[in-house]
Design a protein around this ligand. Structure first.
Ligand code: SAM
Ligand code: SF4
Length: 323
């Protein structure tokens, strides 16, 4: 689909659950998110139906996320069902990696096209503090297995959290030196609990990395579906990417929309604009009605967010990234 600003929108990020087995300090409160009842969450047949309608409109790429997508029962069947839809070329998962070791083989068998593992530190104590309950060792076992088996393209996402020591970011970056895996540093966005954190920008992290690993060259190619810009460091097997929504706003090339776990189609991460697809589904709406609501919502897709600017969140506008 082409939106009113000429952007090609062909990628949907679907939150399959609002729940999570971790409580990262910048994402969720200690007690977890207020639970959405089971009935309010989209069923798999509803999600695949929306994906079919989207595929008919030229969508090619689907990301399953959350909350933590791997805790949703039946996630492997959902992956297979979406993979089987004509026109969908790419189904990927973003996970905290807690269940990666036990699910890796099944994810590969289900045909998942790529897995991104979120990992902000390699220090077990810091990991426990950041995630409030995670065991780093469990995630590392999953990563080691994934790198050894190499059946699914793998990336690591690291949110730059102020207060995580420089040495820690360097250690995460070194995973791309020692393994054929890309590590992407993500600027903390002022969404959800992220608003309470001090921002560390791309320039600062790149300077740290260049001091430690020597000068980097920009990589001109495209890797993956997203807005990451990649750099190459001498002697590294993988690349270092930056996803810098705040310091290098990429809204002009935004290719995505989002579906919350309760079925609301959001056309921009920051705003509540979009369409209530669950209402249409549950009121017996046709595929044409779904398609019309999608057309209308994408037609109104905002030009961009205003993270990093004053009054980022106007009265009444809220954002929770886990939905
Ligand atoms: N639970 C899975 C995980 O952690 O990978 C998937 C959902 S999580 C919301 C997806 C990604 O968003 C993670 O890499 C996480 O670190 C990132 N994230 C969460 N809050 C963020 C924020 N305020 N700014 C930037 N990234 C954030
Ligand atoms: Fe859970 Fe991912 Fe949010 Fe951490 S970032 S609390 S793992 S959803």
């Amino acid at each position: 689909m082409i939106d009113e600003y000429g952007r090609e929108i062909d990628y949907i990020r679907i939150s399959v659950t609002d729940r999570c087995n971790l409580r990262c300090v910048y994402c969720m409160p200690e007690e977890g998110v207020p639970s959405i009842s089971h009935d309010e969450i989209l069923r798999f047949d509803e999600i695949t139906r929306i994906c079919r309608v989207l595929a008919g409109k030229g969508f090619k790429k689907v990301k399953l996320t959350g909350g933590e997508p791997l805790i949703r029962k039946g996630i492997l069947s959902l992956i297979k069902e979406i993979k089987a839809i004509d026109g969908i070329e790419n189904v990927t998962v973003t996970t905290n990696g807690v269940l990666l070791e036990e699910m890796y083989g099944a994810l590969a068998d289900a045909g998942v096209d790529a897995v991104t593992v979120s990992l902000d530190t390699l220090d077990p104590e810091m990991y426990r503090r950041l995630t409030r309950r995670g065991e780093l060792e469990t995630v590392l076992r999953g990563l080691t297995l994934a790198m050894r088996e190499n059946r699914i393209p793998l990336k690591i996402n690291c949110v730059s959290v102020y207060g995580v020591r420089e040495q820690e970011l360097l250690k995460v970056a070194a995973l791309a030196r020692d393994n054929a895996v890309h590590v992407r540093f993500i600027e903390m966005m002022p969404i959800g609990m992220g608003r309470e954190f001090t921002f560390v920008g791309e320039e600062e992290i790149r300077r740290m990395l260049e001091e430690a690993f020597g000068p980097a060259k920009t990589y001109g190619g495209v890797l993956g579906n997203g807005p990451a810009r990649y750099w190459e460091f001498e002697g590294f097997k993988g690349k270092i990417g930056f996803i810098s929504a705040v310091s290098h706003k990429f809204c002009s090339s935004c290719n995505r929309i989002r579906l919350t776990s309760d079925g609301f189609l959001k056309t921009c991460l920051q705003f509540d604009e979009g369409a209530d697809l669950r209402r249409i589904l549950r009121e017996g709406g046709s595929d044409e009605a779904l398609a019309a609501a999608i057309d209308e919502a994408v037609g109104r897709k905002p030009l961009g967010h205003n993270f990093g600017e004053k009054n980022t969140f106007p009265e009444g506008k809220t954002e929770e990234c886990h939905r």
